[in-house]
Design a binder for this molecule. Structure first.
Ligand code: FAD
Length: 405
């Protein structure tokens, strides 16, 4: 049923991105990562070069002037970018995810008003915001009690809604020009029956900004440092009802149909970090001599490398299958979709720690770069839902499932 062998076109795109990563991302990312000020750590020059290569628009439909790539292709590219740097890969994973959401659930007018200007924007990025200071895991499980979940208010006023509240930790929050914001349109209903989502532009060419929306704090994170995570503040921000994506009150309920690739892209991002750690460990183990032979010739090291390789290939198969089912909704299985990111992040943190230890004392030296990979590997234990929250949601689905093989 599935064939995950890359097509000629996918292979060509992977090679293009791999060469870009070797040329632009790997040499520049460590300096951005080391910037104490997260705003100075935004890799504008990498973003510009990636966009010149066509990466910003690659997920946009061909008839709108984009590359028309499907989720499988994009997942492969997210993974390649993350081999160079996790933050850079998240910038594009979020971009592509939002563009795919708009194309799936948006109206033709929304395409004209927002996607076309995004194509003209040399640094245009996208973000999607659910998380708020008082709420995080509730919408991933999701908890049914109406008291649970995001509180950002969304009140109808004629042909507008008025948004009030704060989002936090949002990937691309500082750099995005196009946001999808989730708000509570029916506070008396549960999350899945009372949330709506809206397009909010910022500094998009030829498009007016909305008053009452500003970017607040930019977070100083331990890893994925290049992704400009930020707080988004809404104070009586009037947004046209015409900017609603998906149905009134049903945006979270329909999230899985709107963004079936979300978890697979998160898995692909963290997987790329795992490959980077594995590649470095393999290279070092062939070169480093101890006990009068390369350390890979010692059984403990070669067995560990074999185990790391098998774990990464398994994680990659999950990502590929997750992307495949996003492209084939008739086969979509929510249990699998929810399991990808937790599985990949657990594999990758283990691989990164083992790889760092293979460098002996050098592994602890910042300039060697293994510690950056370990810091990056921790991020997806937290991001895109905690593993416990996602696994708990999957567990609830499994409770009602027949035997699955
Ligand atoms: C780097 C990064 C990037 C992010 N990017 C985005 C983004 O682009 N957009 C966005 O909307 N959000 C984003 N987030 C938010 C992220 O999804 C949340 O931080 C995450 O879901 C956890 O929510 P929380 O921080 O409120 O933790 P909490 O929900 O407070 O969880 C705290 C602990 O309690 C556990 N827990 C919580 N609820 C339950 C329960 N019911 N049963 C059992 N255990 C429970 C959790 O597993 C965790 O261990 C990002 C976060 C990070 C760190």
């Amino acid at each position: 049923m599935f064939d995950f062998t890359p097509t000629e076109e996918q292979e060509a795109l992977k090679t293009m991105v791999r060469e870009f990563v070797d040329r632009e991302v790997k040499p520049k990312a460590p300096a951005y990562d080391a910037e104490p000020d997260p705003i100075k750590g935004i890799p504008w020059d990498i973003i510009k070069s990636a966009n010149e290569l066509g990466l910003k628009d690659i997920a946009v439909r061909k008839e709108l002037g984009g590359g028309g790539a499907d989720s499988q292709t994009l997942g492969m590219l997210v993974e390649e970018l993350a081999v160079g740097d996790l933050g850079t890969s998240v910038i594009y994973a979020q971009n592509w995810k939002v563009i795919q959401i708009l194309q799936h659930a948006g109206t033709e007018e929304q395409m004209k008003n927002y996607l076309v200007p995004l194509l003209e924007d040399p640094v245009g990025c996208c973000a999607v915001a659910l998380k708020e200071p008082e709420s995080g895991s509730d919408h991933f499980i999701p908890i049914k009690d109406p008291k649970a979940g995001p509180k950002m208010s969304c009140v109808k006023d004629g042909d507008h809604v008025i948004l009030n509240g704060t989002k936090e930790f949002i990937s691309n929050g500082y750099i995005a020009h196009l946001y999808i914001i989730f708000a509570r349109s029916d506070p008396k209903a549960s999350l899945t029956e009372g949330m709506s989502a809206f397009i909010v532009p910022r500094d998009l060419p030829g498009v007016d900004n909305f008053e009452g929306f500003r970017v607040g704090r930019v977070y100083d994170k331990i890893g994925e440092r290049l992704a400009g995570n930020a707080e988004l503040i809404f104070e009586d921000c009037r947004v046209p009802v015409a900017n609603m994506v998906a149905g009134w009150n049903t945006a979270l309920r329909d999230w899985v149909q709107i963004s079936p690739q979300s978890n697979a892209y998160a898995g692909a991002s963290t997987l790329g970090v795992g490959w980077a750690a594995f590649d470095r460990a393999l290279e070092y183990s062939q070169m480093r001599i101890q006990g009068v032979k390369p350390i890979i010739k010692h059984a403990n090291i070669s067995i560990k490398l074999a185990d790391m390789y098998a774990s990464l290939v398994s994680a990659q198969m999950m990502v590929r299958r997750g992307c495949w089912q996003a492209d084939h909704p008739e086969y979509f299985d929510l249990r699998l979709a929810r399991s990808i990111k937790p599985f990949c992040s657990k594999v990758v943190i283990k691989v990164a720690l083992e790889a760092m230890q293979m460098f002996g004392g050098n592994g602890a030296m910042r300039d060697v770069g293994m510690e950056k990979l370990v810091r990056d590997a921790t991020i997806f234990l937290h991001s895109d839902g905690t593993n416990d929250a996602l696994d708990r949601g999957t567990g609830e689905l499994l409770a009602g499932s027949p035997i699955i093989r």
